[in-house]
Design a protein around this ligand. Sequence first.
Ligand SMILES: *[C@@H]1O[C@H](CO)[C@@H](O)[C@H](O)[C@H]1NC(C)=O
Ligand SMILES: *[C@@H]1O[C@H](CO)[C@@H](O)[C@H](O)[C@H]1NC(C)=O
Ligand SMILES: *[C@@H]1O[C@H](CO)[C@@H](O)[C@H](O)[C@H]1NC(C)=O
Ligand SMILES: *[C@@H]1O[C@H](CO)[C@@H](O)[C@H](O)[C@H]1NC(C)=O
Ligand SMILES: *[C@@H]1O[C@H](CO)[C@@H](O)[C@H](O)[C@H]1NC(C)=O
Ligand SMILES: *[C@@H]1O[C@H](CO)[C@@H](O)[C@H](O)[C@H]1NC(C)=O
Length: 482
Amino acid sequence: MKGLPFFAGSLCVFAHTAWTVELVLDDAASVKAAASTVAFGLMKYYTGNRTGDVPGNLPAPYFWWEAGAMFGTMIDYWFITGDSTYNDVTTQAMLHQVGDSIDFMPTNQTRTEGNDDQGFWAMAAMSAAENNYPNPPKDQPQWLALTQAVFNEYVSRWDTATCNGGLRWQIFTFNNGFNYKNSISNGCFFNIAARLARYTGNSTYADWAEKIYDWETAVGLITPDFRVYDGASVAGNDNCTKVDRIQWTYNAGIYLHGASVMYNLTGGDDKWRARVDGLLAQTQAAFFANSSITKGGSASGGVMFERACESAGLCDTDQQSFKGYLARWMARTAQMAPYVAPTVAPLLRASATGAAKACSGSPSAGFAGLPGTACGFRWTGDGFDGSVGVGQQMNALSAIVSTLVVGDGSPVTGGGAGGGGVRAPVTANTGGTSVGNANAGMQTNSPIPQLPPITIKDRVAAGFLTTAILFSVVGGGVFVIK
Ligand SMILES: *[C@@H]1O[C@H](CO)[C@@H](O)[C@H](O)[C@H]1NC(C)=O
Ligand SMILES: *[C@@H]1O[C@H](CO)[C@@H](O)[C@H](O)[C@H]1NC(C)=O
Ligand SMILES: *[C@@H]1O[C@H](CO)[C@@H](O)[C@H](O)[C@H]1NC(C)=O
Ligand SMILES: *[C@@H]1O[C@H](CO)[C@@H](O)[C@H](O)[C@H]1NC(C)=O
Ligand SMILES: *[C@@H]1O[C@H](CO)[C@@H](O)[C@H](O)[C@H]1NC(C)=O
Ligand SMILES: *[C@@H]1O[C@H](CO)[C@@H](O)[C@H](O)[C@H]1NC(C)=O
């Protein structure tokens, strides 16, 4: 399935003046056609394969991490739909951004790269390994080894000087956010540790997954009722006592998915089952709203929304992409813990339906896909809300293809758990072919580069703090991040 968006013959969209994203759930051809249209609009934002541009980068205002998230999304898109249209640009981008030390720490990104930024590229590489995405030539970096390199570097950065452990948000002391330990950075570590454990069978990774999860709960970043808070300060004597309690979809999703992998790896361990149940229940309570779609339709479904900023219209560029990751991780959770598929499927189906309706824009600027198919941000209404961008396209794409994974929510049909017939991620013992290196990233731990003083014009890091204002003294000056 290569080429421009295709449509099921029965959908006579060619008669319309504008294209539309029509979505008929349970009709795989319709879902793939919708996904293809949305993917086309998404990849129109990507300029990194143009002559003179840098492979792997998205143009401003998108930070480097979001490009990593986008290629991870495209790797899943290929796996779920079979459409290889974007594989060549994806592989080119992934390999260009590995950097000199083969660990997703390219020198160009030193100013903006935190542990979470590196993690989104590592998770894309992990998805490539799990999906048996085509391997690079033998003399090039390999997906599994890249993920192991990032894992090993995370281990070396585990910081027991404060809060009894945890990763700081930032890698480099000179970047803002070094004095903050956050759930997304530790979530990236947890997520790849669990997945490496499952893929390789090496218990060292599983031990780390246990340790990271325990740490998150010990410092109160995951609460007894499974809220996942943003992070905690380690400035001065704070020692994680000051917690930023904002909840984001992607923090819930990254722990939910990692917990489901641990549940699967342990053969259905009660402890991990309770965590999957708790995180999923909290996710549903916090991030799924009633809407006109669900009122008329599936009673048990709700439509995903970014509670912290969506209703007020205050989500920033980063935050506008989070819902897509939650959709991807929920679908993967339904594969790893098939007993939750009946809960997850209605949520993803209602969200995908709302997303497809929101992909009906023809904005005069900011979108280069097919007219009538620009995806808005809000899925709880009945159409396009005027907000366009990489995140909006990526969210809708992930929601739509996730319905192919979960199907109608019946526990097992076709080739995989979760009801949708999409096969579960592979492991080294079930057909995985990616070549690993348990010691990757250990010898070549990126040296801290020498840089001139940061000026206010430099881009701030990709993560964010909504409620906290951080001050950092760098090169003799003081500056504030938004
Ligand atoms: C870049 O990739 C897009 C697909 O995303 C493709 O249509 C385009 O031809 C590519 N451009 C170059 C110069 O390779
Ligand atoms: C770093 O930036 C230079 C100059 O723009 C570019 O040529 C190079 O490809 C970039 N490297 C990476 C890994 O992005
Ligand atoms: C810092 O917090 C950890 C738990 O998060 C605690 O075990 C440790 O004693 C605290 N250190 C100080 C100096 O308060
Ligand atoms: C683990 O995942 C596989 C693949 O989806 C599934 O068949 C199996 O039932 C899962 N194990 C448990 C304990 O749910
Ligand atoms: C959704 O609607 C049902 C029935 O009207 C109601 O019980 C439930 O509380 C609503 N949930 C939310 C999140 O508004
Ligand atoms: C398991 O992973 C650890 C940590 O990377 C590594 O030191 C060890 O060699 C690995 N064991 C095997 C058998 O690959």
